[in-house]
Design a protein around this ligand. Structure first.
Ligand SMILES: Nc1nc2c(c(=O)[nH]1)N[C@H]1C(S)=C(S)[C@@H](COP(=O)(O)O)O[C@H]1N2
Ligand SMILES: [Mo]
Length: 359
């Protein structure tokens, strides 16, 4: 009972888009601050909340298999990073024709401070063999899954959430991948993967496996429903590609879409992020057509953290106005005008358009 009350409280501030499995967007104010409060952080789960026995097995092609507890992870050097997580399906609702999948608007994105042990140090303890190719992460969550008609019956009846990363990335100290047990200074809550989860900076959040139960080093590339079935960009005109790093994107957080303003100076502001970041410029358009104006862009306060931008708009003319914001990142990626349509609706980073009225 107490547990259910806690869960209800934790979920009260979110915009639910699916009750079972529980999926919910952040409220717009989640994007206002540097860090999203836990109760505003979006939640995306493919299965019901699992039971977790508190242990983590590390095995497969390793010389030294391990069983770790939360205390073991806490006894290792702790590492903390603010990491912006975005669901690969964020913005799916804007795509036409509407792909199947959770109908995310634009708020399946949040930033939290994650603290945990470093994955590469855990892997070092286990000592992967030279023939290792991928590192596979298994969640404790599982259940019926009928979203892919080509799945084997056994999987349709009971599938577990599993993802993998290339061993070279998982074992790279520079990747700063965490086995996180704290979020914003508190023990991980059940919706976010308690007692511990993976956090993969810069990747769409599907890589950040919650309720982590097993880590296995594999000697071949992993194929599985959440790796090579779903979470693939299925393009109309070229071969499919795996969903990996977050595409460059800006959101407008003020003024609110559809709001009415008085004439005068209006500060247009928002957030911008990229998995191939940092973001190096944000431009604002006030007409819906060309004519982009450079916004002021704050430097990132961390390597995996969304950035603030703002633009002083002289909103003197009454009437309806079209505001757009477009981000460019350090790798030279720019947001497209038209959402990149793919069958399962991932990676929509099209330029946001809002309307406001000056009266
Ligand atoms: N075990 C497990 N991990 C998971 C998922 C899941 O369904 N099961 N969903 C993934 C997806 S698609 C996203 S977007 C993020 C969401 O993390 P959050 O709920 O903490 O925001 O978790 C990822 N990790
Ligand atoms: Mo996701």
């Amino acid at each position: 009972m107490a547990v259910e009350d806690d869960l209800a409280r934790a979920r009260a501030a979110l915009q639910m888009i699916n009750p079972a499995p529980y999926n919910a967007e952040a409220p717009p104010q989640a994007l206002a601050g540097e860090i999203t409060p836990i109760e505003f952080h979006y939640v995306r789960s493919n299965f019901p909340l699992p039971a977790h026995d508190g242990t983590l097995e590390v095995g497969g092609a390793v010389d030294n298999p391990l069983t770790l507890t939360l205390d073991d992870l806490r006894a290792m050097p702790a590492h903390e990073r603010a990491v912006t997580l975005e669901c690969a399906g964020n913005g799916r609702l804007e795509l036409r024709p509407l792909p199947s999948g959770e109908p995310w608007g634009g708020y399946a994105v949040s930033t939290a401070r994650w603290r945990g042990a470093l994955l590469h140090e855990v892997l070092q303890l286990a000592s992967p063999r030279a023939e290792g190719v991928d590192v596979r992460f298994q969640g404790a969550d599982h259940g019926a899954y009928h979203l892919n008609p080509v799945l084997a019956d056994t999987d349709r009846d009971d599938l577990t959430f599993v993802r993998a990363l290339p061993l070279a990335h998982a074992a790279d100290p520079a990747a700063e991948i965490l086995i996180a047990y704290e979020m914003n200074g508190e023990p991980l809550g059940s919706d976010h993967g308690s007692p511990f989860r993976i956090i993969v900076p810069q990747w769409y959040a599907v890589a950040s496996v919650k309720w982590l139960k097993r880590i296995d080093v594999l000697t071949e590339a992993y194929a599985g429903e959440f790796q090579t079935g779903h979470y693939m960009y299925e393009w109309a005109d070229r071969p499919a590609e795996p969903v990996d790093v977050m595409r460059v994107r800006a959101r407008i957080t003020a003024p609110a879409a559809g709001s009415t303003l008085s004439p005068g100076t209006c500060t247009v502001r928002g957030k911008a992020w990229s998995g191939t970041g940092p973001v190096t410029r944000v431009d604002v358009s006030l007409t819906g057509a060309g004519e982009w104006h450079a916004a002021r862009l704050d430097p990132p306060s961390g390597p995996y953290h969304w950035q603030d931008w703002s633009f002083e708009w002289q909103a003197n003319d009454s009437g309806r106005h079209t505001l757009r914001a477009r981000a460019t990142d350090a790798a030279g990626n720019v947001q497209p005008e038209v959402p990149p349509w793919n069958r399962l609706g991932y990676g929509n980073n099209a330029i946001e358009v809002i309307f406001v009225d000056v009266v």
